[in-house]
Write a protein that binds this ligand. Sequence first.
Ligand SMILES: [Zn+2]
Ligand SMILES: [Zn+2]
Length: 286
Amino acid sequence: MCLASWRSGALPVVARREPLTCRRAITYNQKMRVRILGCSGNLVGRHRTTSFLLDDSFLLDAGTVTEAIRRRDLRKIKHVLISHTHMDHVKGLFPLVDELVMMGDYSVELVSVGSVLDIITNNLLNNLIWPDFTVIPSVSNAVIRLREIPLGRPTILDKISVMPVLMTHTVYTVGFVIRQDDGWGFMFTADTGPTRRFWEVAEGEKDIRFIIADVSFPNRLADLATLSGHMTPAMLMENIDAHDLGDRLFYVSHMKPVFASEIIAEFERSGRRNIRFLKQSEILTL
Ligand SMILES: [Zn+2]
Ligand SMILES: [Zn+2]
């Protein structure tokens, strides 16, 4: 029932079709939902690895897919945006496309910068590690369609704007600025050690609700963090201060489960009120 007609005194008519204008009013300004399918730095126990479902149709990284999304909802996924090719960020892609082929006439667009797509096609979908689903079930009707997007420039995919930013990790990795069509957005570092470009971009980006940042190790393991291309609490806080981002809300992600309580304690000792810890299965809204 349209609110406008209710207020004007019209009685509700159960079988009556809603006017189109009312439907528009209901869907207008919907906030994007960011469902955290996994955000852990390792797959152990109940911990699942990085994957965020934006609304129903857009996956940001694919570390966790079929084990967290109902089978009938898998077919709603239209885009799979990949930050980098480490297994904890891509392994869910393989059972997803296998399942979509079994279901019938469904496909996904695999989206990233060219360097990331090249690694996936040459090393994963190579008929050795996994079948080449870019030609299955047929070349003209493949379940994976590749979509290369440019580094450093926004691309619109079904009303969602994505801009890749080069990060500092052990393989070619991009973080992202993600925005819905009303302009509000969030940023995601993906996996990264201390880096510069992403934080410079963050300084200039307005209307950012939150920044999801990789902090995998506690401060005492700074050398290991640097070697493996991740951050410690001290490294993240140093970047926040260096780029004057203290008024932004941060969600810490990718903590190694064995170090999670130590990392949380280090942030809590800092007394910073703008830092939260991403939780598996929670839903953030823009
Ligand atoms: Zn990685
Ligand atoms: Zn990772």
